[in-house]
Write a protein that binds this ligand. Structure first.
Ligand SMILES: [Zn+2]
Length: 513
């Protein structure tokens, strides 16, 4: 007999038709049985372990539907500017890093200009004050803006003719890079890490992820906008090495080269195929002007006809495709492309995805539901940007309150799954679940059960893995977690404080708190 583990006395939320159960029996790497009362006793002979659930919530392992694995790993070692409120505090952090690194590249993350006293981005002259003898690269909170010091500009040799090089009145670069130029720099920066660096970074992130109950991720690798090429270093790393880590990684290869993905035997492409930019950088494509930048409506990062061609090729070859679209104008473009592909190649089980879809309108929800398009959304954005006076309101003005309308999305019949976009938001799924249940705009809130579905069975469906994972159903893989409390009894505004006590991956106890 294979090893058996029984969890008794739990508050199991099974996320299938059964809904609840008191106990679960695991045999080998699969779930053998689920039931109520004392029924577990008939499986108890010769068991390996009996875990007392102590009336705490038992769930299928969390699935993070949008996780940047390589960046999350590497960024653990970046300078964190989350708390910076003025240029001086940025300078202090950079100086401290310089003292440790001595001439090496310094990368900093999470700069939020809306929270700075100066109310603008620092430029190269500001960064030069704190470090002028090593390259410094500072990323904005959404990784869509990059600032270099003068040393960094010379070091990376970015051609000033590229789109996205900000110039001053004398025609000199200010050090602020976006779009094409930002992407080129991303590639240069991330390619400067070796496979050993990446392996070390990813390995050291595993415990933290398992510790918050994540057992599967959609690995969105290769996050830059130069995606027309076949190969990407981060994608290749996960393709080659992803299987050796304890968390299952479903690779979304960022490329538009359909043949290349087919040759590799992958069933999907995209994930980071950017149709537009972000609201933070005012590059998300809106159908109205940004409230804090009249005349500006964001931009498309891809040619419309080229996008349609790629999506049609994916449908022709039965590949799943995931497009990254934030503004309503970009979402419209994604829906147009899916609609065209269906009209040409017929409706099959494509499970096309739109990543983030922050500003989907009610009319677009209806279209997405009709086309069977999945939305892969990021509830924790509301936690960091959605409050009154926050970034969303600054950018949207009178349109504030239209972001991440989870309630309406569920009601329109769309399958919506949840991801952290780590490391842009906290990878802990309980944070995303909290923000979906406690959306700052009350009418967009969903129930706890619905929020949990986003991170379990809907996440599985969005990966074509609903027969293997996503619910506590006999026969499925034993990816099971026990939380530290019974969350059904908790006040909703306490959800994000709940920790994971036990994580079981494929029948193996990986974490026990
Ligand atoms: Zn992302």
């Amino acid at each position: 007999m294979e090893e058996r583990i029984i969890i008794k006395n739990g508050r199991c939320m099974t996320m299938d038709e059964r809904q609840t159960a008191d106990w679960i029996v695991i045999e080998g790497e699969r779930i053998l049985a689920v039931g109520d009362g004392d029924g577990w006793q008939e499986f108890a002979q010769g068991i390996h372990r009996l875990i007392d659930g102590q009336q705490r919530t038992v769930l299928p392992g969390f699935i993070d539907s949008h996780f940047h694995m390589v960046i999350t790993g590497l960024a653990e070692n970046f300078v964190n500017l989350e708390g910076a409120r003025n240029f001086r505090s940025i300078g202090r952090s950079i100086k401290a890093a310089r003292a440790k690194k001595k001439g090496e590249l310094i990368v900093a993350k999470f700069l939020d200009a809306t929270r700075l006293e100066e109310k603008r981005l620092p430029d190269r002259t500001v960064l030069d004050r704190y470090c002028n003898d090593a390259p410094v690269a500072v990323y904005s909170a959404d990784y869509h803006v990059l600032i270099l010091n003068t040393y960094g500009i010379l070091y990376f040799k970015v051609p000033f003719t590229l789109d996205g090089v900000d110039l001053d009145e004398k025609g000199m670069p200010t050090g602020i890079f976006t779009n094409q130029a930002g992407s080129r720099l991303d590639t240069l920066i991330f390619n400067s890490f070796s496979d050993e660096d990446i392996d070390e970074a990813v390995s050291s992130t595993m415990d933290k992820m398992l510790g918050c109950g994540i057992t599967t991720i959609a690995a969105m690798e290769g996050g830059n906008m130069n995606f027309v090429f076949g190969q990407d270093k981060q994608c290749e790393f996960i393709y080659q090495h992803g299987k050796k880590y304890p968390i299952d990684m479903e690779l979304f290869y960022q490329t538009t080269n359909v043949d290349y993905v087919m040759e590799k035997g992958l069933k999907r492409l995209g994930g980071n195929l950017y149709l537009d930019g972000t609201m933070g950088a005012r590059t998300a494509a809106l159908s109205f002007d940004y409230a804090d930048a009249p005349g500006c409506r964001g931009l498309f990062c891809i040619d419309e006809n080229y996008l349609k061609e790629v999506v049609c090729r994916c449908y022709e070859k039965n590949l799943q495709v995931a497009l990254d679209a934030i503004g309503d104008r970009a979402i419209e473009l994604a829906l147009d492309a899916f609609e065209l592909a269906i009209s040409k190649f017929g409706r099959k089980d494509h499970r096309s995805r739109i990543e983030h879809a922050e500003l989907i309108t009610e009319v677009q929800m209806k279209r997405a539901a009709d086309l069977g398009v999945i939305l892969s959304m990021t509830p924790a954005y509301e936690g960091i940007w959605g409050e009154k006076g926050g970034m969303y309101e600054q950018r949207l003005g009178g349109h504030y309150g239209r972001s991440n309308q989870f309630r309406q999305i569920f009601d329109s019949g769309i399958i919506v799954c949840g991801g952290s976009d780590s490391d842009i938001t906290d990878p802990n799924p309980m944070v995303g679940i909290h923000d979906a249940v406690n959306h700052p705009v009350c009418c967009h809130r969903v129930s706890l059960e619905e929020a949990l579905r986003m991170y379990t069975i809907h996440g599985a469906y969005a990966l074509f893995k609903e027969h293997e994972i996503g619910s506590l159903t006999p026969g499925k893989l034993a990816d099971v977690i026990i939380l530290e409390q019974d969350i059904a009894k908790l006040l909703p505004d306490r959800l994000k404080t709940v920790k994971t006590a036990v994580t079981i991956k494929r029948g193996k106890v990986m974490v026990e708190g």
